[in-house]
Design a binder for this molecule. Structure first.
Ligand code: T5A
Length: 231
């Protein structure tokens, strides 16, 4: 089960922001840019990722991205991602939020819902059960879903890896990646309070500015201080 802030703790819980989207949508790039802006606003943050983020989960990352899980089937793959998430939430995300840090996470449970649930046809009830065990009440405060055409994302991912082999999911065909994009759009429609769709088919700084505007609007503590300007 996910840890929660100690009752009566003087430290307010940090904010939990997740980034989602298809391959090469720009999540890692935008997380770094958001972390820089938050640091400039004197917000203490940590940047982490899934699968991975804690020693045990990094071992599982290696396993699942190598393609071993594919032969076991989508349900077993979902189980591996859930096991990695459980370790990550217990050891890093929960404790960091309790200490008042903001946590920026590259993928989280929506990835399981989309990749294993929608694309892999794993029963939603099973994924709900995994979520109850691994994340419990620790839902993200904000999920930014970066939206680019599948072709754009795959081309970016291919450019970045150069001559290296595509990983387990990058190696899927264009139809898979188009369905992935649709599935993420449905996640946003189904969770309008938590999720915001970001048009990420633009240069890095333009996308970063769009994200910063959403984050500032969402969290009152980041609103530009007007008092100083009025003095
Ligand atoms: N997965 C994960 C599941 O199936 N279930 C789960 O529950 C979870 C948690 C993780 C894989 O695991 C799957 C999904 C994934 O397939 P990963 O290696 O972590 O694999 O890969 P991704 O999360 O998909 O991340 P990528 O590294 O592929 O893409 P990003 O992070 O979206 O993109 P980024 O920022 O690395 O950028 C890619 C390239 O494009 C450039 C960058 O410089 C980089 O070279 N770029 C841009 N170029 C032009 N314009 C822009 N605006 C650009 N932004 C970035």
């Amino acid at each position: 089960m996910a840890s929660s802030p100690a009752p009566g703790s003087a430290t307010p819980r940090g904010r939990f922001i997740t980034f989602e989207g298809g391959e090469g949508a720009g999540k890692s790039t935008q997380i770094r840019l958001l972390a820089d802006r938050l640091a400039a606003a004197r917000v203490r943050t940590i940047v982490t990722r899934e699968p991975g983020g804690s020693p045990g989960a990094e071992v599982m990352r290696h396993l699942v991205l190598s393609g071993v899980g594919k032969v076991l089937g989508a349900e077993a793959e979902a189980l591996l991602f859930a096991a990695a998430r459980d370790d990550h939430v217990h050891l890093l995300i929960g404790p960091s939020l309790s200490r008042g840090l903001w946590v920026l996470c590259d993928r989280f449970s929506d990835s399981t819902r989309v990749y294993q649930g929608v694309l892999g046809r794993v029963d939603t009830a099973l994924i709900d059960a995994f979520d109850r065990v691994t994340i419990d009440a620790l839902r993200p405060d904000l999920t930014l879903v970066l939206d680019v055409p599948a072709e754009t994302g795959l081309a970016r991912a291919a450019r970045r890896r150069g001559g290296a082999a595509a990983d387990r999911f990058e190696a899927e065909g264009h139809d898979f990646h188009r369905r992935l994009r649709d599935a993420y759009r449905q996640v946003v429609s189904a969770n309008p309070d938590r999720c915001v769709l970001i048009d990420a088919d633009a240069d890095e700084q333009t996308v970063a500015a769009r994200i910063w505007q959403v984050v500032q609007e969402r969290f009152a503590e980041l609103a530009p201080r007007r008092e100083a300007a009025q003095l």
